[in-house]
Design a protein around this ligand. Structure first.
Ligand code: ADP
Length: 386
């Protein structure tokens, strides 16, 4: 069955900003969509053919939603994977597969997958319960400093803590977790790789992610990364190896640490469109959202070359403001050449909530970076009612 201008329904689990940008592409191609999200005011409430409110972790909700679609994809990985398994058995196409999601939903499983498949990653230990950590330290099995990570539901630096001494152990959740060596970071990088139903693969250029020191959240994404070409080539090679080993279909965003010694270590992966690929809407021949659709629909993959250097600035809620959102400085940033803002459509702001992003393109990456700095200093995501 043709998917264009037809009754073929693409289901999307999650209705946030990634889903909203995917819907721009489904509208472009006149593809029919149904979206499931727990919030009736989610960004995807507009732009989909069907929008349903429901719990993404509930088996019955996900299963009955999926049954009414022809192909199911995600924009967030915290979804009920048992329901996806059942849907796969019933003949629904599910990308990413339940198998890939089950590996990725658990940080310990993800790390073990890297070990089993010769993917370089930071040294780690797995603990069934956080309460086992002090014992391991006492017996010399673990030394300060290290990074504690919850095995489940890590997101935007939640569920991650640098443990420098016994005082940092206080209050850590008593749940399955990993501890990782504290890596001396030169830069954090990411590569988005696409793999289609037919096994065709393409990588986007390596990008550089600059983090906000307090929020532990990405502030700027630079494309291309300012790194030597051999490191970039190596990162792409590792990403391609990973996507093949996973036999994943769709986009896979691979996040790397580049150590001060010049070594690449895979930090984590996301099997979906990703924040580090927003730049592609303005700067790539084929943007990541169109590429995801091409991959999951078994279509030829698009050209991933950049048309122009770009920097993406995340717009997050300013500290101290909670309530109905107000974007201050929009007119001013629109006066800067090469600027395209994206507003996600979330009604309420709160500190560090991702509310939008701005892409800045320029003839050089350094110029784009300095214009991005101006954008960051000019625009404020606040509330006038708090
Ligand atoms: P999340 O899944 O919440 O995004 P990450 O595992 O990516 O969490 O960690 C968030 C950030 O914490 C990383 O981007 C990095 O800046 C820092 N970090 C995580 N693990 C390490 C580590 N082993 N060594 C040094 N810094 C780390």
């Amino acid at each position: 069955m043709s998917t264009f201008s037809s009754d073929f329904i693409i289901g999307i689990l999650g209705g946030g900003q990634l889903g909203k940008m995917l819907l721009t592409e489904t509208r472009k191609w006149d593809l029919k969509t149904a979206v499931l999200d727990p919030s009736s005011s989610a960004p995807c409430r507009l732009g989909s053919d069907v929008f349903e409110v429901g719990d993404l972790m509930d088996y019955e909700t996900v299963y009955s939603f999926g049954k009414r679609t022809d192909l199911l994809t995600i924009e967030i990985e915290h979804v009920n994977s048992e329901a996806l398994e059942k849907l796969e058995q019933g003949g629904i196409l599910v990308y990413p597969s339940s198998k890939v999601l089950q590996i990725i939903q658990n940080k310990a499983k993800q790390k073990l997958f890297y070990l089993d498949n010769d993917i370089p990653t930071a040294t780690f230990s797995r603990f069934a319960y956080g309460s086992e950590i002090p014992e391991s330290i006492a017996h010399g099995g673990l030394d300060y400093p290290f990074v504690w990570k919850s095995a489940h539901f890590g997101y935007d630096g939640q569920g991650v803590k640098i443990v420098k001494g016994p005082e940092d152990l206080v209050g850590l959740a008593n749940e399955e977790c990993i501890t990782e060596e504290l890596v001396p970071l030169e830069k954090e990088l990411a590569v988005i790789v696409a793999r289609s139903v037919k096994g065709e693969t393409r990588t986007y250029p390596v990008v550089e992610m600059d983090f906000h020191p307090e929020a532990n959240q990405v502030e700027y994404v630079l494309c291309p990364a300012r790194i030597p070409s051999d490191i970039a080539e190596n990162a792409k090679k590792i990403a391609l190896r990973l996507v093949d080993k996973l036999q994943h279909v769709g986009l896979l965003a691979v996040e790397f640490f580049l150590t001060t010694e010049g070594t690449l270590l895979v930090n984590e992966v996301a099997p979906r469109p990703h924040n580090s690929g927003h730049f592609s809407i303005e700067a790539s021949v084929t943007n990541q959202y169109e590429q995801h659709l091409r991959a999951i629909l078994g279509l030829p993959l698009g050209n991933t070359d950049s048309k122009i250097p770009a920097v993406m600035v995340n717009l997050v809620g300013e500290e101290g403001f909670t309530g109905p959102v107000y974007y201050e400085g929009m007119k001013e940033i629109l006066n800067i050449p090469g600027v395209t803002p994206h507003i996600y459509g979330k009604k309420e702001t709160r500190p560090f909530r991702k509310m939008g992003h701005v892409t800045v393109v320029a003839s050089t990456i350094d110029q784009a970076r300095s214009e991005a700095e101006k954008v960051k200093q000019t625009i404020r995501v606040i509330s006038k009612e708090s």
